[in-house]
Design a binder for this molecule. Sequence first.
Ligand code: ADP
Ligand code: ZN
Ligand code: ZN
Length: 840
Amino acid sequence: MESLITHPDLFPDEGNNTFADIILPVPIPRMFTYRIPAALVPQVQIGARVIVQFGRKKVLTGIIGKVHSKPPKAYEAKPILDILDEQPTVNPLQIRFWVWMAEYYCCHIGEVMLAALPSGLRLSSESKVQLHPNFVAEESQYPLDAREELILEALENKAELSYEDCEKILGIKTIHPILKSLVYKEAILIFERVQDKYTPKVETRIRLKQEIAEDKQTLEQLFEQLSGKVKQESILLKYLRDIPVFNNPSLNEKGLDKTSLLEEGDSESSLKTLIKNGVFESFKQVVNRIDETEVTAGEIILSERQELAISEIKSHFDTKSTVLLHGITGSGKTEIYIQLIKEVLESGSQVLMLLPEIALTTQIVSRLKQVFGGQMGVYHSKYSDNERVEVWNGVISGRFPFVVGVRSSIFLPFDSLGMIIVDEEHESSYKQFDPAPRFQARDSAIMLAYFHQAKTLLGSATPSFESYFNATETLKYGLVELSERYGKSNLPEFHLADLGADKRKNLLKVDSTRMMREKIQEALSKQEQVLIFQNRRGYSPYIQCEDCGWTGQCIQCDVSLTYHQFAEELRCHYCGYKEKVPVSCPACGGNHLTTMGMGTERIEESLSLLFPEARIGRMDLDTTRSKYGYQKLLDEFGSGHIDILVGTQMITKGLDFGNVTVVGVWDGDRILNFPDFRSGERAYQQITQVAGRAGRREAKGNVIIQTRKADEAIYQQVIKGDYLEFYQHEIHERKKFYYPPYVKLIKITTRHTDFKTAEKAAMELHRQMAGVAVKKIVLGPEKALIGRIKNQYQFESLIKLDRSGASQTEFKTQIAQIQEQITAKPEFRSVRFIVDVDPN
Ligand code: ADP
Ligand code: ZN
Ligand code: ZN
């Protein structure tokens, strides 16, 4: 689609009374009201894209958020210039959702729009320059300088110029002052050509000329003509083998994909000759990017316990819109989801299932694919943008009534959701950390379901405290519990391996306890598989000088650099900064640099020393960057080509491999030591989840946790599998110290490149927030845990707010105003505030 805007004033004011609030792109913070000219009123629809003038000279594309008859008070509404869509790009329910999200998460609605639309649907607005239609050089009251003349001359010969053209014509980079002056002199106009960036995937196909395909004699003659021309002959033969036009000439129409025709080393030039001689013709065809191969699987018969759970869920849904399914690992939650999804789809409604990022390529998706085949769309974050647009369009067309996706799939254009499932609802990756909107996908899904009058099912073996609280204390959610594994499998046996004790007895070998080594050996000798978990990638956390204590620090952030052995580099995990490992200590010049602590890379190395015969794989951010990297490792592990898989959080999620009998937690204490009110909850979840990968079939599983603090209560609770006891203990602390779910948290980070300015702005923010009249506690401002990132100093304030909706809304409105006031002061102009509602 293409639309060219020339002159905004060409639309006369027709004095009618229809107005629209337009959602404009970042950085414009809110909707602006425009008048709809009478001629366009019949086409107006919420969610349609429009073109508007913004400020004096900019022309922008926006989306109609609201239609009404109230002229704005503070400014004169300008007219909308054009409406781009006959069919709205987004539907009214989506707009409602965006508005809610911007308000709840304190961000711009334009930021929500940016996150919501796949960039293939976003509009690229490339500015162009054209002559002002009213400009007559002789009559101009302003003199033009030489450079301005050059631009005008060029515009005499060419109707429009891009900025790049202008740069070339003038031979300089800073063209803006010149263009600005020309606009001021009303000699030129700047406009934007708007176009969809989505490009359908096009395949080149080859077919015989129809007259040849239809006539056997001609075909036979052709072979005679080609005799001796081996290459051309072989292409023809290959074609006829795949497309037997002898038997059925109508097959020819579809033709053959060019790449598969040429795949066996046939030459492109021979094909060209054949086309030139009128034997073949080539044509283009739009194809689906999304693979639709269907696999079917045998019927599953639900167990009695599963049937019961389903009826419990349904009866809760009679009175409640959200249900928490608390089922231990391996209890068979997936089959329960499948049954419910089938029923909702049969009733004609849509279903969305959210999965944490990393679980999306695992078995659960192939299981769902077996059942739902082509009606299921998968929305993956590693998808290319065009693939995403296809899922988007598939939801609109009805091709995908069911979508499984990552957190951003809540933005898809559903218009009649019946149910949303959030699997592994406790997962912290459901929260978008950066950039805005900093939304929590689970909570947003519940809101989205509410807008659709749909139901939400949350599933987890280790529910988030928020959800469990809502299910047991406020009773907003229904609760269904599954406390046994499906079939013959039992929960694994736990072993605490005491690192301190082994060290004293001299039993440690490359940081492994005797228990860990024995259990791994036992599994290997039975041809069973092992998972080793460590939540730290790289070789070892850092390198230190034994003589003077020097450690490598990032030059842009206040953090130590992580040593990556394979690349021989020190890297910052916060900003990506990297440097070569120094040969000697940069501080004292000494030669005793040693590695401290353990990352996955180093554990992989240790294990290969301990078990030289074992095949060891590693799964972390560094080994799974490519689109299929993760899948490849999983396939290798699944098919038994890897005996021991070492990995970060990635290996804890959703893996269902029957042959895994040993799970090792390399450093349990690392999981506990996180300076955060949620550290206990997180540790319980992580250890339980990773342990849940062991012994999922008949063979018994063993979980070994290496620790220096074997008597920590949390280990006992994990071992007992007593979520309730653990929850009750922790929730008590949350209540006592005012933490969620008893209060709402908002974190505001103040950032600036100058330490003093950042601190001063943060103090000012604090002072003003304290004055807002709602029930709250304001903590800080404090230097952030990482005081500086990418050269920006950061201070944090934490606000603990009363849970009531009214005080939250009031406080959020005030915060927006306070920020505006502060950044209006010249000294704070470049200060940034980052508001994080319900931070992780
Ligand atoms: P969860 O998601 O609760 O951890 P899964 O849904 O992965 O558990 O189920 C655990 C294992 O039990 C899987 O291998 C699954 O195929 C199997 N399973 C679950 N329910 C059934 C059933 N009704 N019939 C056969 N196998 C089942
Ligand atoms: Zn850094
Ligand atoms: Zn040193």
